[in-house]
Design a protein around this ligand. Structure first.
Ligand code: FE
Ligand code: FE
Ligand code: ZN
Length: 277
């Protein structure tokens, strides 16, 4: 079963996101839990969530992949930025329980000169302070492009975080195709090899979602500039292999391409036909 969707605006609530997903031909989606740059989240209305659940059930939606704001930096050097990350993360986890059993994806963080080892420690610390045995949400670490001082630029760094998390069964990984390519993993030349490496270092059982994006830049560029599917340096043929790869079957695929609604609908239709041909 192939599940695909794009990022959708959360400004009109859950039911509106479900309807918008249907309009795009999607059966999963991503949304920002609050403004991507941070700030307050919208109040959750139970009837709205209930309406969303009906839509999702009727149309066989896969798990949705909520995205934390970009400003959440669990390994900032400044105490007040780390506190904001912690509070936002805790609040988002509480809110996620309104739609039980979904994914919450976040960028591990940027260590801003403290070094990756210290970054990894601080990220694991925030996770250990906030994960709860009773939560139904699975928290996903996103693979990063390695721009600036981003932590999570290699599979080893993600594994190092996971190794320090006590409730590691509440954790998973979201693989962003643009980010791993920019990070130096040659998914165009050797997709099998990259997935084997992921399996060896992290474990494919921990891979829960894919951000499916082309990249404007060459392998190992560490730039993180997304391109439309087939219009970047990863190329269409690789995406055909990705959506058809046996190791990735059943995962939610999320587009974060620079597009409008018509563009996302077209990408969804194209990738769906590739996956199912
Ligand atoms: Fe992201
Ligand atoms: Fe991403
Ligand atoms: Zn990105």
């Amino acid at each position: 079963m192939f599940h695909i969707g794009s990022h959708i605006s959360s400004s009109k609530g859950y039911a509106a996101m479900g309807r918008q997903a249907l309009k795009l031909g999607a059966d999963t989606f991503a949304f920002f839990t609050r403004n991507p740059r941070g700030g307050n989240a919208k109040a959750i209305v139970p009837e709205d969530v209930e309406k969303y659940r009906e839509i999702a059930k009727e149309h066989g939606f896969a798990r949705i992949v909520a995205h934390a704001p970009y400003t959440l930096n669990a390994c900032a050097a400044k105490e007040d930025i780390r506190r904001f990350a912690r509070e936002t993360f805790a609040d988002d986890l509480n809110r996620m329980e309104n739609t039980p059993g979904q994914y919450y994806n976040f960028h591990p963080g940027s260590h801003v000169g403290q070094g990756a080892a210290r970054g990894i420690e601080l990220i694991a610390e925030m996770l250990n302070d906030n994960l709860r045995p009773e939560q139904t949400t699975t928290v996903l670490l996103e693979t990063m492009a390695g721009k600036g001082s981003e932590v999570g630029r290699s599979f080893e760094e993600l594994r190092a975080i996971l190794d320090r998390v006590k409730l590691v069964e509440k954790m998973g990984v979201c693989l962003d195709t643009c980010h791993v390519w920019d990070g130096g993993y040659d998914i165009a030349g050797d997709l099998d090899g990259v997935l084997e490496e992921f399996d060896r270092v992290i474990g494919l059982d921990r891979l829960k979602a894919i951000h499916i994006n082309d990249s404007l830049n060459p392998l190992s560029s560490h730039k993180d500039r997304h391109a439309k599917i087939g219009e970047g340096m990863i190329g269409l043929e690789t995406f055909r292999r990705i959506v058809r790869h046996p190791a990735l079957q059943g995962l939610p695929f999320i587009l974060e391409t620079p597009n409008d609604d018509a563009g996302w609908a077209a990408e969804i239709a194209m990738l769906r036909s590739m996956a199912e041909e």
